[in-house]
Write a protein that binds this ligand. Sequence first.
Ligand code: ADP
Length: 323
Amino acid sequence: MKHIAVLTSGGDAPGMNAAIRAVVRTGLDRGWAVHGVRYGYAGLINDNLVAMGARSVGGIIHQGGTMLGSARCPEFMTEDGRNSALRTLQQHEIEALIVIGGNGSQTGAYDLHRMGFPVVGVASTIDNDVYGAEPSIGVDTALNIALEAIDRIKTTASSHQRAFIVEVMGRDRGYLALMAGIAGGAEFVVIPEVDTSPEEVAIRVRADYRKGKAHAIVVVAEGAYCNAQRLQGYFKEQHERLGFEPRVTILGHVQRGGAPTAFDRLLGTRSGAAATEYLARGEQGIMLGQVGGKIAATPLAEVAATKKPLDLGLLELARSLNK
Ligand code: ADP
């Protein structure tokens, strides 16, 4: 019999619960014992583990967030922290760990793998910035929530002939802003990957107004230089000169909280099940993610070392569609 543990780490993402459920139930099916680690790597360091049975993952597939809890754990980034994590795993006689999380979490998983502990990663983050996963678990739900908000804002913006700035999540990545912008028919998209000045945004909004458009929606990523706060300050300051001041909506954590879409539930389930399948075959030191529609393994070394590029052709597309 094998004894495994599963944890969720970093930013929570809708669909993580489906992945936990699949890990637990397919693991039990193989005759293994499964422990859940509470609050990510912090739970490993603090020895916060719970035994998982089939019932402990009942009624969670439709819920966003993660039933195991998640955390950012700076201590795990130190050698001492990682050594205590390893000690906990050894004390419980756990033979393999499944890490469900984003880029940072997979880098941590790679560290444990390099220390000789068997680890399998599962790509899950709304940022869609993990190499070896297109998309990662949570992206589809977050995108649909952002889109719904943009659609609603557009309705009120049209009624009042207003410009709106909508800020979506993405500390370093413009993926969500870009995709939500294209799918929501935004007039302009601002992402961290491409320098944009507040003046440029003002020029675009004014041009839209002159074209006779009933509204102008600018979607910005929170990590862009021109995020909602900076644009708000700029427009306030320049109000008299410009003659208009857009309204600002920051979606923030609303984007994470929703019930996972069918896509994310299925992706979470398939990825979680694949994690125990690969472990059963003796494969580890890998991360599982969707590649070309199938769940595929990428070495954790490659995941940790590779920055996933954003297709900037899509920004061109977004901008060319505003006529
Ligand atoms: P995400 O996994 O969503 O990208 P973070 O980047 O915050 O979220 O990472 C989550 C956790 O993973 C961190 O709090 C830390 O414990 C661990 N981690 C992140 N980066 C590293 C790293 N370079 N080495 C070891 N552990 C890391």
